[in-house]
Design a protein around this ligand. Structure first.
Ligand code: IFM
Length: 443
């Protein structure tokens, strides 16, 4: 039995989420071209312990095993991402049929298992060949992204339940191009603004391309959100927090839903007005990722003008992220307040936590901290729904422990433990918890 705080309405989607470079492996197989993450992770000193996604969870070779894990959970949807350079090895031009066949096989398996495929087209793995001609700093990449959307739309659109264009474009901007801690490792400061604009333009063009290629399939974008609070009342801290909030929470949403850049960033966006109509083409849903809130102080040495301070009185995940479920509720109600009727239905496309899980002698993987995290955050979603926010689904990050970008394999987010030596999968305690929650919602 579950109580009302964890009871979701009939038809609510329970799913899980993953991303191509984090789980697939098979980095150089069947014609896949390299992406910026292959290049970056093979560059010394970029990823913890020198880890790469060459093998990752080897999901490319284990679709049956991984779909069986999804079926065992009872999820009704699975969010995964398509590797652009597996489909178009140089990002444009020649299509790699073997790459499309892999995704076709995956969506067919999911459909056979009664699970709705929800692919993301871009989860940070820009084809290296496009990076070599400017990547997202180049306007041409937006047009190439739309071409890629047409290719996958035509190949998979008859079996896909929803499309997500971009995943967390602010991370590509901030980590990848402002600070250089993610691929492609550029440190351009605010000079990276074109990376934001071209991703937004690529999103808008891809929405149109997907609608043309697969009419009737809902299309959305996924952003990560979280409250940003100033550490003190000092004007410098308040201003720094407002700027960070604009970059993290508004930059990739205002242009899409309101057709304009947020006021705090308008000076960076001068000359882009002509693209706003394409960027603000209506979407069918907004993908919301939430992990944690931030508290910041002014920091002139930081390229975005602020640095984080410790969130008071909160437990922490293995990443050091504060566990604050109430921040999830205020994030969702805040979206509703800011965008009003311009806000489409929301799908929570990621939420989860990293903990240092291990397989016990009896073969179990106890992860009570993750269970508590999930329980608290799902209740926070439910509370936002009670306050009037239209949330239709929840995709838990992640199905499997996987390649956690610059942290390599050191951070485990999965419902399923992966032994990265043997690639053995072992469901954790949280897998059983989520399965039981889903079962409790069966009619
Ligand atoms: O693993 C990532 C994912 O790729 C994007 N959102 C956040 C997750 C956890 O850091």
């Amino acid at each position: 039995m579950i109580d009302d705080g964890l009871r979701f309405p009939p038809g609510f989607t329970f799913g899980t989420a993953t991303a191509a470079y984090q789980i697939e492996g098979a980095a150089a197989e069947d014609g896949r071209g390299p992406s910026v993450w292959d290049t970056f992770s093979h560059t010394s000193g970029t990823v913890r312990d020198g880890d790469t996604g060459d093998v990752a969870c080897d999901s490319y070779h284990r679709p049956d095993e991984d779909v069986a894990l999804l079926r065992g959970l009872g999820v009704s949807a699975y969010r995964f991402s398509i590797s652009w350079s597996r489909v178009l090895p140089t990002g444009a031009g020649r299509v790699n049929q073997a790459g499309l066949d892999y995704y076709r096989g995956l969506v067919d398996r999911l459909r056979d298992a009664g699970i709705e495929p929800a692919p993301t087209l871009f989860h940070w793995d820009t084809p290296q060949a496009l990076q070599d001609t400017g990547g997202w700093m180049s306007r041409d990449t937006a047009a190439r992204f739309a071409d890629y959307a047409t290719v996958v739309g035509e190949a998979l659109g008859d079996r896909v339940g929803r499309w997500i264009t971009l995943n967390e474009p602010v991370v590509v901007l901030a980590n990848g191009h402002v600070e250089g801690t993610h691929a492609p490792g550029l440190r351009l400061g605010l000079g990276a603004f074109p990376v934001a604009h071209h991703q937004l333009l690529g999103h808008g063009l891809a929405v149109a391309a997907l609608r043309a290629a697969s009419p009737g399939v809902p299309v959305g974008i996924t952003n990560n959100y979280g409250p940003v609070l100033p550490a003190t009342d000092a004007p410098a801290d308040v201003e720094a927090a407002a700027f960070r909030d604009a970059v993290h929470n508004l930059l990739f949403t205002d242009p899409v839903l309101l057709g304009r850049y947020p006021a705090a960033l308008a000076h960076l966006a001068e000359g882009t007005e002509g693209d706003l109509a394409a960027i603000s083409v209506p979407i069918d849903f907004l993908g919301v990722n939430y992990y944690f809130p931030e508290m910041v102080r002014a920091d002139p040495a930081d390229p975005l003008g602020s640095s984080g301070v410790e969130w008071p009185d909160a437990p922490r995940t293995d990443f050091g992220w504060p566990v604050v479920p109430a921040g999830f509720t205020t994030t969702l109600t805040g979206l509703r307040e800011r965008y009003g009727n311009a806000l489409p239905p929301i799908h929570i496309t990621e939420n989860g936590a990293a903990y240092p899980d291990a397989v016990a002698a009896d073969g179990s993987v106890p992860d009570p901290d993750r269970v508590a995290y999930l329980d608290g955050h799902l209740r926070a979603v439910r509370a936002a729904m009670d306050a009037g926010v239209d949330v239709r689904g929840y995709y838990l990050w992640s199905l499997l422990d996987n390649f956690e970008w610059a942290e390599g394999y050191s951070k485990r987010f999965g419902l399923v433990h992966v032994d990265f030596d043997t690639l053995a999968r072992t469901p954790k305690q949280s897998y059983g918890w989520y399965r039981d929650l889903i079962r409790a919602h069966l009619p």
